[in-house]
Every structure is written in C-alpha cells, then in structure tokens.
Design a binder for this molecule. Structure first.
Ligand SMILES: Cc1cc2nc3c(=O)[nH]c(=O)nc-3n(C[C@H](O)[C@H](O)[C@H](O)COP(=O)(O)OP(=O)(O)OC[C@H]3O[C@@H](n4cnc5c(N)ncnc54)[C@H](O)[C@@H]3O)c2cc1C
Length: 540
C-alpha cells in the first residue's frame, strides 16, 4: 500500500513532534492516482534500485516541511537519484504515470518551495554530491546538485580560490541556492546567483537533456557562451518547474591572504547617512563585502539565547556599515581600509569607528567571537538564528530608496503585528541592506522571527510581512528571484500581478507558454491546471 506503509504513524509523529501532517492525500482525477503511484513506485525501484526509493510514511513525512511557515505536506514517494541518467528515468516514469515531481536540494528555502502541494515523487538530490572539476587556472568548477557550500568551499580554499556563499546554512546545496538566489554581502563586488553561472546540464520535464553555456556547443567552460541566444537565465528562478539541474558550472574567485574589517557605527535616529555610506564603499569597489546591519542582527549573532540577544540589542549602537577589505599583504588591506574609512567620513560624518579592541572585548568568550564572526561572514554560514523560523521580505531598488522603504515596512509591520513577550518586538525586526553592482541597486532583507508551532504567531507574522511587502512594492521596490513559478495559477494572488506590475503580462504569458510546451504532462513541480490556468492549492 503506497499511502500508509510504516509503523505506528501517530505515535511516531507525536514522538518526533511533527504536527498536523495530513496522512492521506486527496485522490485526484488526473495526477498521482493510487494505482498509478503503485506502478510508478515499482518502476522507480527497478530503475534506481530498491534502496533509493521509498513510500514509507516514516521516510516521506521527513520531507513534509522546509524552512517556511507553509503548512506541511508529504510526498507519496521519495526517490534519491545517483546520476543524471537516474533523473532522466524518474522524469520518464513520472510522465508515463502522471505523477508530480518536486526536486529537493536541502529544503532550506523559506517559501514552501519543496513542499509538494499534491504529493507525488520528491526527488532528493543529495546523492549527486560529486565535485566534477575545479579549474584553478580559469577559476571555475562543476558540481552536482548534492554538493554543499561547506564541501565545495573547503576544496576551493585549499586552492586559494573561493565561491560566493550566501548567509544561509553551510549545508545548503550550491546548485539550488545559485539557481534561485545566492544573495550575499559579497554581491556588490561579485554579483548574485546568475552572475556566477557559466553553464549547466538540466533534465527537462519530459526527460530530455539540455546543456546551457559554452558546453552547449562543445566549447570549454572558459569560453563565452554562444553562438546563439544565451539561454542560461531560462531556468534561473524557475524553482524546479522547468526541469532538474544535474550539473552546474560556476565561477570561482581568488581568496585574499589578508582581510581587514572596518566597523563604522551610528547610534542616532537619522537613517539618511546609511545609503551615502554604502554607496561610497560600493562605488570605490575596493571592499569585497559591503553591507548595512541593524543592532538586532548583531545581537542575534552574538547572543546565545533569545533572552541574551534581547538584553544585548539595546546595549549595541543601532546602525552598522561593514566594509571588509582584502588583499595579498597586511599593508594592502590596511591601506584599503583607511580609504574606506575616509570615504565614509566624507559622506557620513556622524559615524564613529569602532576600534578593534572594543569589537574583540564585546565578543570575548562568546560562541561567535570576532574570528568566527569574520570567518562566518566570508566563507561559510553566518546565520545564527535564536528562534524558530523567519520570514523574509526582499526588495530590490535604488540605494536611496532603501531607507524609506525600510521605514514604511517597519511601520506596516508594527501596526499589523504589535509585540508581546513571545516575539522580538516589531521595531526590533532585523534589517540588513546589501548593495549590489557597485551600488546601482540593493537588496533589503527584513526578518521577523516566528514560532512555527504557535499558529497565532505564524498568522501575525505572515499578515505583518504581507503588509510590509505591500508598502515596499508601493514605493517601487520589486520582487526578485523566481516568485512567479510559485504563484502561477494561484487565484487572487495570480490576478494581482496586473495591478502590481501592469507591464508583466507578456513575461507571465511567455513563462506560462514555455512551461506548457516543455512540461506537456504537467508533472514538474507546482502544477496548475492548464485548461483553467488555476491551481487547486495555494502553497505560498
Ligand atoms: C536562516 C536562513 C537564511 C538564509 N539566508 C539566505 C541568504 O542570505 N541568501 C540566499 O541566497 N538565501 C538565503 N536563504 C534561503 C535558502 O537558503 C535558499 O533558498 C537555499 O539555498 C535553497 O537551497 P536548498 O538547497 O535548501 O533548496 P531547496 O529548498 O531544497 O529547493 C529550492 C527550490 O529549488 C528547487 N530545486 C532544488 N534542487 C533543484 C535542482 N537540482 N534543479 C532544479 N530545481 C531544484 C526546489 O524544487 C525548490 O523549488 C536563507 C535560508 C535560511 C533558512
């Protein structure tokens, strides 16, 4: 029996504190029908080997959630492909029996992207963890989708190179992160996900292979892509709706020998100095990292518990702009740091500069001392969350607008959420800005921390976040990185696009037409009904 295999499910769920997981899926007329699931399960076992496929609820339930507040739902079958050929087989079987397929990297997304709305096959890519190539001379590498940032960064650093890591878990998959975002405090100098992509191999929804980038025409990865249109961006942000990436080639960058951090701080209520300070650093383009942090972030990084973070936050200055300079010698980094400091002083005279002894004494004895802090910032995970999950609003706009957008988002969130002892108070929502592309634009991250096991907390936070995002959009900021595949077909949300972005019709029509051509049997992640253009469940 596909749906309910396993031991004492209720006892197991209780022991593992898994709440409200639906144990049965609704039976649907076209996809994931019980008899087809049985056949697909048998076919998958013959194709991949029995040990790499499971329909045991004790296994499938482990894939029922990601890092979002989206209600849980488990797949019917979990498959772990070991090669591109295995992925081709999975897609062919899924097409033959009309079973949904959801690719799964490490489930670290915060928007419910790996929660299969209707069950089906969840394709866990973790076995494909091979680093195929690191080309030191031309500074690129090719990896499988199971390779994590920790794994790859360890190898590249041995060669004096680095990849650009986001501030998510070091265990996140490089492929899924770079395909959907890869936003980091290094973005000003090195760019975001798409900027790092040289090429990839993808299994399209019907099981055909496509190669993008220089390798598409047999050239070396060091070449520029060509000769035809460059379709590398085609899959970026498509969140598994247009196929499954099985190999990705990305750029690597030289790792400097020495680093120096400048820590300008400002404790006033006037935020107007922040954008000019960030821009000065961005345009000079000698810092490898450039970001603004609020004291909330510093408190969260340094506090080992909620309570400690809450006590620390009011003691810390409110605003931080943190340029990190790098170079081959101490003299080089010190000279760059001095220029950065001078640049900031010119445009933001209100800033003080923290001396290094103070920074060290604040962090002394803490889990996250200065050494680890800078290490976390540069090379690996730098996320220390003290409570449950969090909800993020990303905006994208000119640096000058960031402060005003942040203010409006704060006001909207405060009005909507209020505060009590159980959440960080709304005016302590953590904010940071990351300038991008020499300060031409920037990202605003706006985090509020949620206790997912408390429905009231979740609801308040979701409504607060929506209120904050509406404000942000009204002020001209934009959603970025593949939100559309999640809400295509999603009733009222879908219909809102015309109001928010009147010009988006052609883009949306093109994405929809492409999806319907490439995925005619409608199996590849996020199904909406092709005839009604509606989704039965809104998972966002
Ligand atoms: C605390 C925290 C902090 C974070 N901070 C950042 C940050 O600073 N910067 C940043 O960029 N992100 C950040 N994130 C977001 C998150 O880490 C990324 O979304 C994450 O990298 C997604 O990777 P994953 O491997 O877990 O993907 P998953 O969650 O497993 O999948 C993400 C999407 O990609 C699809 N997918 C997975 N594998 C493939 C594949 N091989 N081919 C095609 N589609 C695939 C999935 O179906 C899904 O739609 C943060 C998340 C958390 C929890």
């Amino acid at each position: 029996m596909v749906l309910m295999q396993g031991k004492d499910l209720q006892k197991d769920l209780k022991e593992r504190k898994i709440i409200k997981v639906p144990v049965k899926h609704e039976i649907e007329p076209t996809h994931n029908r019980p008899e087809d699931l049985e056949k697909a399960y048998e076919a998958l076992k013959s194709a991949l080997g029995e040990e790499w496929v499971s329909n045991d609820i004790n296994i499938t339930v482990a894939y029922a959630r990601d890092q979002s507040v989206v209600p849980m739902n488990h797949p019917h079958i979990v498959a772990l492909p070991g090669s591109t050929d295995d992925v081709v087989q999975i897609m062919k079987i899924a097409n033959e029996y009309s079973i949904d397929v959801t690719p799964y990297g490490t489930g670290l997304n915060t928007l419910g992207m790996t929660i299969p709305p209707y069950g089906g096959i969840l394709c866990d890519m973790r076995r494909m963890d091979e680093i195929f190539e690191i080309d030191e001379e031309n500074m690129y590498c090719t990896v499988g989708p199971g390779v994590t940032f920790a794994q790859l960064q360890t190898e590249t650093l041995k060669r004096g190179l680095r990849l650009i890591n986001p501030s998510t878990s070091a265990n996140a998959s490089v492929v899924s992160n770079i395909m959907m975002g890869n936003i980091s405090t290094l973005a000003n100098k090195y760019g975001v996900g798409l900027d790092h992509i040289i090429g990839y191999k993808v299994v399209l929804p019907e099981g055909k292979l496509m190669v993008c980038g220089p390798k598409a025409y047999g050239a070396d990865n060091a070449h520029l892509p060509g000769p035809g249109p460059d379709v590398r961006a085609f899959l970026r942000g498509s969140l598994g709706t247009m196929g499954i990436v099985t190999e990705l080639t990305i750029r690597l960058y030289p790792e400097p020998n020495e680093l120096k951090l400048v820590v300008p701080i400002y404790d006033g209520d006037d935020w107007s100095y922040i954008a000019p300070a960030l821009r000065a650093i961005s345009q000079r383009n000698i810092a490898i990292e450039n970001a603004y942090f609020q004291n909330t972030y510093m408190g969260i990084f340094m506090g080992e518990t909620n309570l400690e973070a809450s006590k620390l936050i009011p003691l810390l200055p409110r605003h931080y702009v943190v340029p990190v300079t790098g170079g081959m010698s101490i003299e080089e980094v010190e000279a760059k740091a001095a220029v950065s400091e001078e640049d900031i002083r010119k445009v933001a005279p209100e800033f003080d500069f923290m001396d290094w002894e103070t920074v060290e004494s604040i962090s002394e004895g803490r889990i996250l001392g200065v050494d680890k802090f800078t290490k976390f910032f540069r090379e690996s995970v730098r996320v220390q969350r003290v409570k449950g999950s969090f909800f993020v609003g990303f905006g994208l706009d000119h640096l000058d607008n960031l402060v005003e957008i942040n203010k409006k988002m704060m006001q909207a969130m405060t009005t909507q959420v209020g505060s009590d002892d159980n959440v960080f108070s709304a005016d302590l929502i953590a904010t940071y800005f990351q300038p991008y592309d020499m300060g031409r634009l920037g990202f605003i991250e706006f985090d509020i921390f949620i206790d997912q096991s408390n429905p009231e907390d979740s609801l308040r936070t979701i409504t607060g976040t929506i209120a904050a995002m509406v404000q942000s959009f009204k002020m001209g900021s934009g959603a970025c990185f593949g939100i559309w595949p999640l809400i295509e077909g999603a009733g009222p949300l879908h219909d809102l696009i015309g109001f928010i972005y009147p010009q988006a019709g052609t883009y949306v029509d093109t994405f929809r037409a492409m999806k319907m051509i490439y995925d005619p049997n409608n199996v590849c992640n996020r199904r909406w009904e092709y005839d009604t253009l509606r989704m039965k469940k809104v998972a966002f």
